[in-house]
Structures are given as structure tokens and as C-alpha cells.
Design a protein around this ligand. Structure first.
Ligand SMILES: Cc1cc2nc3c(=O)[nH]c(=O)nc-3n(C[C@H](O)[C@H](O)[C@H](O)COP(=O)(O)OP(=O)(O)OC[C@H]3O[C@@H](n4cnc5c(N)ncnc54)[C@H](O)[C@@H]3O)c2cc1C
Length: 463
């Protein structure tokens, strides 16, 4: 008997779709964003709603099959899929309900950020997310959420008001400051360890047209640019966000042909004030540095900036990335960045330093599971290439870069930008919050059903 036959019996009134290996569409159903991940689940269950989610969770628990929960499928480590188990795909749970008066939005657990940004933009509102529209709301939020609005409005989790969750027991609960507060604390940074979130409620802010885009200098000037940037950004007003990058200019619009494929360093800006304020706030950095190759900063709708990288990074490339939290960037680290940043292994490979200061520092390390509130940046060393033949090359660069800079890091890494790097790395990423997380895990998922995560094991003793 196929797993689907037994699953159909066990799942009863399941309204979504079930796909197993013999079905047409299996390869599409099992594929995640990172093409390096090639796992073969026994069943992909695409849930139609929270009831379906509860049915699949119960089936996974009773059958003993491994369970992977998939939001947007973007996780670099491929946590949204699993060999020989069940993928619970939330991709059909995509309702978006904006309340412009209350300035809140309710978002289905399978939404991607691009659609949420467009829906809230209609009302002149936005909530902090990331820098790419195709990323899932689920995974990005549960890990923390770093993006263009971090300095002004905090991490994605700092704007989470409540979450509807299907627990490992199958029970459906709401987590908020008032209901299941321990669960709500753990969801804000603890990843998918505690349950399946079928609906997120976020606070919105008045963000409509932003002043954004890149400023690029030749890669050879990277050390000089980074030395100025590391002092400039933490002192800049919160309206100004700007992540530092080593990258290659893509060969197409909107970039002028003379800089196509040029290796560069630079800053990608997002200012939530008007043009004059943006120019004023960026000027000290520009004054301190040589004339850039490109200062492509202009007014644009917030969702345009949010999806500006979507075409460059479609589903199906090979991704290998490493990460670290960073408090300071001493001269020795600047020199190492320059050595590695000048050796990008492919056109799409890049290093980003995402700001985590400003409003993200208004929250104490113990207030949410996301512990590194004293970090100023999240560094990601992303090896990316469409050609599977280059997997070794991009992986070696990413690992080498991170290992070289790790001694200058704050210790742990942003869990959403890690590969599967072992329990010590996960523990280091939660620092003082780790033990409390294991206690919450013991309460809500004592058998570690949600183990396809940057895994927090249940405490082995009552807490
Ligand atoms: C191109 C690209 C750009 C990115 N940019 C950013 C960025 O700007 N800022 C940033 O912070 N991160 C960024 N990320 C990292 C991103 O946050 C993580 O990859 C995240 O895991 C993606 O979430 P997802 O839902 O798409 O992933 P999935 O692979 O579907 O899931 C990842 C993990 O989250 C869990 N999960 C997902 N949804 C739910 C849910 N509803 N309930 C319970 N568990 C769930 C899964 O079980 C799994 O463990 C980026 C990733 C990529 C590939």
C-alpha cells in the first residue's frame, strides 16, 4: 500500500493535495529554492488550511515518519524538506488581511513577503521583512527577520503581535503577549521548533515611497569603504538603513553597461524619509570616500526595493552560505574582508553585512528568543551559482571566508542564514536564551516532532 493510500485514510477529510513519488508533479512538489538540496520525501502534503495542518501533524506523530514544514521553501540548509518523510507544505495558506485603521496585517503561514509588501503598500503601510520578495514569511519571521527596515522599525519579530499555531499535540492555540506568552517568546527567533504557524499578525508602519538603491565603488576600494561604513552607519539616523556588500554588478538593467559584470563593494540603501533627508543623511559617508562608480539612489515604492533582487536570484540556483553576528569590525577584520571580498567565486556570490542596530537594539536580549541584540550586523557569506559543477567552489569560498572572519565575530550566527552546522552552533546562536528555549520546547514539543529546524532539543529534565 502506498503511503498516500494510508495517509489518505489517516488524514480523513484532508482538503489539500497529496503528492507522492509516483505522481506527476512530484519533482516540482519536492523542489526547494536551493537546488543543491535534493531530498526525496515520501509524501508532500499541501495543506489547504489550519485543519489540514492539524491532520498532517497528527499523522506524522502517529506514523513516526519524519516531518518537514515548508513555508516559502527558501531555507539555505533545506529545512523545508526531508528524505523519506512528510513535507507539510503551507504554500496554499496565503490569505492576507490588512486593517489600515488598526495598522495591522494578518498573513497566512505560507505567504511570501512580496505579496504581503504589495498588499500593505496599497494602504501606504509596511512591516519589516527582508530584502527579497520571494522569501517565505514563515521561516524569515520565526528566525528573526533582518531587512531594509530593521534600523527604523526593528526585526520582523519585533512587529509580531500574535500567531495562530498548530502544536505538536494537534491543538490549535493563539500565542501573543497575553496568551501562551512562553510560546510567543520562543516563536520570536526560535525558528520552526515549537509548532506550525498558520497565521501571523504584524504591526504596520507608515512606509510608502522610500529613497533607496545602491552606491558602488570598485572592489579594490573595499577596505576604505568598509572602514568608513563601520563608523558611519551605527551613528546614522534610524530612518537610514544600508547594508554593506561585496558583489558583481549584474549584466542588465538598471545598471549602466560600462559597469556590467564589474566587481564592486558598496552599500544598498533604504531611507524612509524624503529625498532631502536621505541625501543629507548619506552625505557624510559619500564625503569621506572617493567618487563612486554608481550612486543609484532614487525614490521608489517600498515593494520595488523589496523585490529588486528577485530576478537575479530565482529559485533553482546552488546556494551554500555561512553566517556570523558581528559587533565591531576591527582593522584586521577589514583586511580579511578585502582579501575574501576580492575573490568572489561567481557572479551571484556575495557578502552582506545586514544592520541589526537602531530599533532592533530597543529590545533586550532576553525579551525574545533572538539573543544577539548587541550585535550591530548579521554577516552572510553566500556562495551562489546556477551550475551544479561549481558547488565545491562556492562552498569552499563561503566556508573559508566565514572561518577567516569568525574570530572577529560575536560568536553565534543568525539561524536563518546557516547550513546544518551542528548543535554547538545552534546553542551559540541562542546564548543565554538556549536553556529557556529547551524548556519551552519540552512543554510544547516534548518528542521533538519539529526537528527539521535549527534544532532546539527538549530539556531532558522538568524545568
Ligand atoms: C534569496 C534569499 C534571501 C534572503 N533574504 C533574507 C533577508 O533579507 N532577511 C532575512 O532575515 N532572511 C533572509 N533570508 C533567509 C530566510 O529568512 C531563511 O532562508 C528562511 O528560513 C526562509 O523562510 P521560508 O519560509 O522561505 O523557508 P522554508 O525553507 O520553507 O522554512 C524554513 C524553516 O522555517 C520553518 N517554517 C517556515 N514556515 C513556517 C511556519 N509557518 N510555521 C512553522 N515553521 C515554519 C520550516 O519548518 C523550516 O525549519 C533569505 C534567504 C534567501 C534564500
Amino acid at each position: 500500500m502506498s503511503i498516500t493510500t494510508s495517509a489518505r485514510e489517516a488524514l480523513g477529510a484532508f482538503r489539500g493535495t497529496l503528492v507522492e513519488p509516483a505522481d506527476a508533479g512530484y519533482d516540482e512538489a519536492r523542489a526547494v529554492y536551493n537546488a543543491m538540496i535534493d531530498r526525496r520525501p515520501a509524501l508532500v502534503a499541501r495543506a489547504a488550511g489550519a485543519d489540514d495542518v492539524a491532520r498532517v501533524v497528527a499523522y506524522a506523530r502517529e506514523s513516526g515518519l519524519p516531518l518537514a514544514v515548508r513555508g516559502g521553501g527558501h531555507n539555505g540548509a533545506g529545512l523545508g524538506t526531508v528524505d523519506d518523510g512528510i513535507v507539510l507544505d503551507l504554500g496554499a495558506i496565503r490569505g492576507i488581511d490588512v486593517d489600515p485603521l488598526a495598522r495591522t496585517v494578518r498573513v497566512g503561514g505560507g505567504c511570501t513577503w512580496g505579496e504581503v509588501d504589495r498588499a500593505t503598500h496599497e494602504h501606504g503601510l509596511a512591516t519589516p521583512s527582508g530584502i527579497i520578495g520571494t522569501t517565505g514569511v514563515g521561516g524569515l519571521t520565526l528566525g528573526g527577520g533582518l531587512g531594509h527596515l530593521t534600523r527604523g522599525y526593528g526585526l520582523a519579530i519585533d512587529n509580531l503581535i500574535s500567531a495562530e499555531v498548530v502544536l505538536a499535540s494537534g491543538e490549535r492555540v493563539v500565542a501573543s503577549r497575553d496568551e501562551h506568552p512562553d510560546l510567543f517568546w520562543a516563536l520570536r527567533g526560535g525558528g520552526g521548533n515549537f509548532g506550525v504557524v498558520t497565521s501571523f499578525e504584524f504591526r504596520l508602519h507608515e512606509v510608502h515611497t522610500i529613497i533607496g538603491g545602491p552606491t558602488f565603488w570598485p572592489v579594490e576600494q573595499g577596505a576604505e569603504v568598509l572602514s568608513v561604513y563601520r563608523e558611519f552607519l551605527p551613528a546614522a539616523p534610524r530612518e537610514l538603513n544600508g547594508f554593506f556588500a561585496y558583489a558583481t554588478v549584474p549584466p542588465g538593467d538598471p545598471f549602466p553597461p560600462e559597469i556590467h559584470l564589474r566587481e564592486v563593494c558598496g552599500v544598498v540603501w533604504c531611507h524612509t524619509g524624503d529625498e532631502a533627508a536621505a541625501a543629507r543623511d548619506m552625505q557624510p559617508l559619500l564625503d569621506a570616500l572617493p567618487e563612486p562608480l554608481l550612486h543609484g539612489v532614487q525614490p521608489m515604492p517600498h515593494p520595488v526595493l523589496q523585490s529588486a533582487f528577485d530576478a537575479l536570484y530565482p529559485k533553482g540556483d546552488q546556494w551554500y552560505w555561512r553566517a556570523d553576528f558581528v559587533r565591531d569590525i576591527p582593522d584586521e577584520a577589514v583586511a580579511l574582508h578585502q582579501q575574501w571580498g576580492e575573490r568572489l567565486p561567481s557572479m551571484k556570490s556575495t557578502m552582506h553585512l545586514y544592520p541589526i542596530d537602531g530599533a532592533a537594539h530597543d529590545v533586550a536580549p532576553e525579551d525574545t528568543a533572538f539573543s544577539y541584540r548587541d550585535a550591530n550586523w548579521g554577516a552572510v557569506y553566500a556562495g551562489v551559482d546556477p551550475d551544479p559543477a561549481n558547488v565545491e567552489t562556492i562552498g569552499a569560498w563561503s566556508r573559508g571566508y566565514q572561518e577567516a572572519l569568525h574570530p572577529y565575530s560575536a560568536g553565534g550566527a543568525y539561524v536563518n542564514m546557516m547550513m546544518e552546522e551542528g548543535p554547538d552552533r545552534v546553542r551559540a546562536s541562542y546564548r543565554g536564551n538556549f536553556d529557556r528555549l529547551t524548556c519551552v520546547k519540552r512543554e510544547y514539543d516534548p518528542d521533538n516532532l519539529f526537528s527539521r529546524t535549527q534544532n532546539i532539543p527538549p530539556a531532558d529534565q522538568p524545568c
